[in-house]
Design a protein around this ligand. Structure first.
Ligand code: GLY
Length: 369
């Protein structure tokens, strides 16, 4: 079947199922499922979790394409709950783009609500303030005032830079874009290796900015190739190119993409780390879905990337997607980190990026980044 028609059919099934999922989960902010039932991260001690914008984002994407009102209502409730995170400075880190672009950014794009714009700007101001000017990099996580992670930056942050690009677009103030480009310029040098693979964590001296090393982070080990990290780099640099037109970012995104395409096994099933042992069965379907989004972005200028994206999406749909309307999730066999105890489970951002990629294929996506 032709790709666009195929993607449309899968999306119709996703939308039909999501109507049922929303009916039984209207008050939750899910991260994963237990026996097919969403868990809930709305409680005060969980509200700052970095994935809390993804389900709302997925619902906004589907609302844009299908106009189902219950999707919008549920997404708006999640956006309001996230105000508790905006008022908690320890819960504000490099991941603000994931949380507020997919909630407030989507709401502002669809409805023009001032309250949503306000939230976006508060989040953007906080993210901009995390730049370490000596290193030219945005700080990643917080620590309880010990400074232990004051000199840590992570590749994931590339996906949050669009919050800053959008803040400049909204205010006509270039500072946010300048800070995003400062991070992207330095990240291109500090994270991306000669072969196109990327490190997860780069450490630097927070006083002098001198780069002191890299860490394996959520991958197998230092120097290895954590697949979701590769996907954040691929899509993140492609998005920085889309927002700025700076050719260097496109070149980096292509370099990472070429490396990734050389590593994805014939089966199309994406492991947690490209360097993991052959007999290790850890998978990460989220990385496959994010690769597809990034490859479709690059595919606008080079068909080989779009073809690779479609192969990944068809593999996910055929082998790793649950269309059973009694289960709350879609993608299966996702993994948060190589050294975690748990592997191959369901994770909400897998569903988000799978839906986004399919919508890109049909030309009906709401561009939230
Ligand atoms: N941002 C953290 C992760 O990709 O798991």
């Amino acid at each position: 079947m032709e790709n666009r028609t195929w993607a449309q059919e899968i999306l119709d099934r996703i939308c039909r199922k999501e109507v049922r999922v929303v009916e039984r989960n209207a008050d939750k902010i899910p991260y994963t499922t237990q026996d097919g039932v969403f868990d809930d991260w709305s409680a005060p001690d969980r509200i700052c979790w970095w994935t809390n914008g993804f389900w709302a984002g997925q619902l906004w994407l589907l609302y844009h394409a299908y106009g189902v009102e219950s999707f919008r209502h549920t997404a708006e409730k999640i956006e309001e709950k996230l105000d508790a995170n905006l008022m908690n400075h320890m819960g504000m880190d490099h991941d603000s783009g994931f949380k507020w672009l997919l909630t407030s950014g989507a709401n502002f794009a669809e409805t023009g609500r001032e309250a949503s714009k306000n939230r976006l700007m508060l989040a953007a101001g906080n993210l901009a303030g995390r730049l370490n000017p000596a290193a030219g990099l945005i700080r990643a996580w917080n620590d309880p005032g010990t400074g232990d992670t004051a000199g840590w930056a992570i590749i994931d942050c590339m996906m949050n830079l669009p919050l800053l690009y959008r803040a400049s677009e909204m205010t006509k103030d270039p500072r946010f874009r300048q800070i995003a480009m400062c991070h992207a310029d330095h990240a291109g040098k500090a994270f991306v290796r000669k072969d196109g693979s990327v490190a997860h964590i780069v450490t630097f001296d927070p006083e002098t900015g001198e780069i002191t090393g890299t860490r394996g982070g959520q991958g197998m080990r230092e120097g290895s190739s954590w697949t979701r990290g590769q996907s954040w780099a691929l899509y993140g640099f492609a998005l920085s190119y889309r927002h700025t037109g700076k050719r260097e970012y496109l070149d980096i995104a292509r370099k990472v993409a070429d490396y990734v395409l050389s590593q994805i096994p014939e089966s199309g099933i994406v492991p947690v780390d490209f360097l993991q042992p052959a007999d290790c069965d850890y998978e990460d379907s989220t990385a496959a879905a994010i690769f597809a989004c990034g490859l479709l972005e690059l595919g606008k200028e080079n068909g080989k990337y779009a073809d690779a994206a479609v192969r990944l999406l068809r593999t996910l749909a055929e082998k790793r997607c649950c269309f059973d309307e009694e289960q709350d999730h879609f993608l299966e066999k996702c993994t948060a980190a190589y050294h975690d105890e748990k592997h191959n489970f369901t994770i909400i951002y897998g569903d988000y990026f799978f839906t986004e990629a399919l919508l890109k294929l049909t030309g009906k996506d709401l561009f939230l980044w």
